[in-house]
Design a protein. Sequence first.
Length: 94
Amino acid sequence: MIRLLDGVELMIRVRDNTGEYEAFKLMPTTPLVELFDTYARLKCAHVTSLRFLFDGQRVRGDQTPQDIDMDDGCLLYTSDAADEGLGVDLGGRR
């Protein structure tokens, strides 16, 4: 697990099923629900209709980047809840 200094922001990229990216800066201890809510607003979607995955695992809003060992520049993959199980790239490390 990589230890980050307090006050260091991470750049986290979110990729949708069309391949489009959005980038977000957040602290390692910020609950990911904040990123999820902002992303949903940008996409005019309801956050409960989206699924976020990292290293092939579903990510919960109460988790933080530090909880799931995210590094600067990591990728979250998002898809519509209806797309689950379609064998798409599940995001992860750069």
